[in-house]
Design a protein around this ligand. Structure first.
Ligand SMILES: [Zn+2]
Ligand SMILES: [Zn+2]
Length: 271
């Protein structure tokens, strides 16, 4: 039996062409018992950004009802959970709370894809200062995002900025950012939220999941128990990718359980 994939995109996200049926059937093939479809919803983005998704004018009701029909269609074969990946920004807090409350999501990933008014992909962000400084600004914004809203269950790819820094994740050391990271992890734990182990950076050759193993280990040391696994697959071929490696990493960090979510409540499963 394979770990359940809790971070999966389909054509409801503007950066994916994958049919939800294809993702679900791949999950069944891999022996998963649950899959969460977590398409992007980013509010207040400048036009042309990469993660504009269900969209300002996008129809979340249509999305939710499509996933609910698939839930019925695949009942008995796999449990399909209705998720969303929300793009967090400090000024969106109350609006995201209202959005989350008005749809019957099983699971919400809170992701910081932007800081200082730009997408992490925009290299202008990194000009004229050390990568450590950029990473710090990212973590500070992320922490601010998490304090601004309750509209998330786990923190998506907590060190996302490391994908796009000019030096990528090569010079990342937990100790450099221990103050802000410790504070953020303690806050997440105290709020009853969790983190995810995102395998996209593993299968893209960064040698680490998102977040870095040192962050997962520290989260556990500080008392964190809630962790989900997500491939962040935008294509069927990537569903569940690098899960064996990720499972080993998470076990080595001291976890004996991982989570899925139903009705926005964590369910613990043995690792
Ligand atoms: Zn993301
Ligand atoms: Zn994603």
């Amino acid at each position: 039996m394979s770990l359940s994939d809790m971070h999966v995109h389909t054509y409801f996200s503007s950066d994916s062409d994958a049919f939800p049926e294809g993702q679900i059937e791949r999950a069944i093939e891999l022996g998963m018992r649950h899959i969460a479809i977590t398409d992007h919803q980013d509010h207040d983005l400048p036009p042309g950004g990469r993660t504009f998704l269900l969209g300002e004018t996008g129809d979340t009701d249509a999305y939710v009802s499509a996933i609910h029909s698939l839930q019925d269609q695949y009942r008995g074969k796999i449990e399909v959970l209705v998720g969303v990946e929300l793009g967090l920004q400090p000024h969106l807090g109350p609006m995201l709370d209202a959005y989350a409350a008005s749809h019957p999501f099983d699971f919400i990933i809170g992701s910081t894809h932007r800081f200082e008014g730009r997408d992490t992909e925009e290299q202008e962000l990194y000009e004229g200062r050390a990568d450590e400084e950029s990473a710090r600004r990212y973590f500070e914004t992320e922490f601010e995002n998490l304090r601004a809203t309750q509209a998330y269950d786990v923190v998506g790819h907590l060190d996302f900025v490391l994908r796009d820094l000019p030096s990528r994740n090569e010079n990342f050391r937990y100790e450099t950012h221990a103050d802000v990271l410790d504070a953020m992890l303690l806050y997440v734990i105290e709020q009853g939220k969790g983190i995810e182990c995102n395998t996209a950076t593993l299968y893209r050759g960064y040698g680490q999941p998102g977040p870095d193993t040192s962050i997962i280990r520290r989260y556990r040391e500080l008392g964190g128990e809630i962790i989900t696994f997500g491939s962040d697959a935008h294509r069927v071929q990537r569903l569940g990718m690098a899960f064996d490696e990720a499972k080993q990493i998470v076990q080595d960090c001291g976890f004996r359980h991982y989570c899925i979510y139903r009705n926005r409540r964590p369910v613990f499963l043995p690792l």
